[in-house]
Design a protein around this ligand. Structure first.
Ligand code: CA
Ligand code: CA
Length: 82
């Protein structure tokens, strides 16, 4: 069931991919966001959430994973739907 959400998010991420990864987050400029880099912008980000965002499990968040995370609300900021 989660796959359906991911597929939908993937499709959406195509539209978002150009803007998801910012130079502010990717401070070392390798095109990927590490946990440490993300925690600069998202201090409340936990390793558990990071691992959810890092869907391919390579330890880094790429542009696509970033877009999905934003779309799913994992990196959406202070607004939380309850
Ligand atoms: Ca980086
Ligand atoms: Ca990854």
């Amino acid at each position: 069931m989660k796959n359906i959400i991911l597929v939908t998010a993937l499709a959406i991420s195509v539209a978002f991919s150009a803007t998801a990864m910012t130079a502010e987050i990717d401070t070392d400029g390798d095109g990927m966001a590490s946990l440490v880099e993300l925690q600069v912008s998202y201090p409340e980000l936990t390793e558990v959430v990071f691992q959810e965002i890092d869907t391919d499990g390579d330890g880094l968040v790429n542009d696509e994973e970033m877009a999905i995370a934003v779309e799913l609300g994992n990196l959406a900021g202070p607004e939380i739907d309850s």
